[in-house]
Unconditional design. Structure first.
Length: 92
């Protein structure tokens, strides 16, 4: 993964996260602070559920390839954001 693509993915994860947090809480987004549900909610490979009422039809569509999704740097991006939010759950 190139540095440029890493940065694009990190920005997209942040954008999607901000959309979630503008519309609900971190606890509800993650269904009780589940990292798996966090990853699913971000939906880099596409949002796997029926879209929330506040989501536009073009929101949360696939953004990464399967290869990128399985890349350790993608895990790092998502894990870092999740861990950072978990440290600050009382502030969200």
């Amino acid at each position: 993964m190139t540095k440029e693509r890493y940065e694009e993915i990190a920005l997209e994860v942040n954008r999607r996260l901000n959309l979630w947090l503008d519309n609900t809480t971190f606890e509800k987004m993650t269904v009780g602070y589940s990292k798996l549900r966090f990853e699913m909610a971000i939906g880099l490979g596409g949002y796997p559920f029926e879209k929330e009422s506040w989501m536009d039809k073009d929101d949360f569509n696939p953004f990464v390839t399967d290869e990128e999704f399985c890349h350790p740097m993608c895990d790092y991006i998502i894990g870092s954001m999740f861990n950072n939010l978990m440290k600050h759950t009382d502030e969200i």
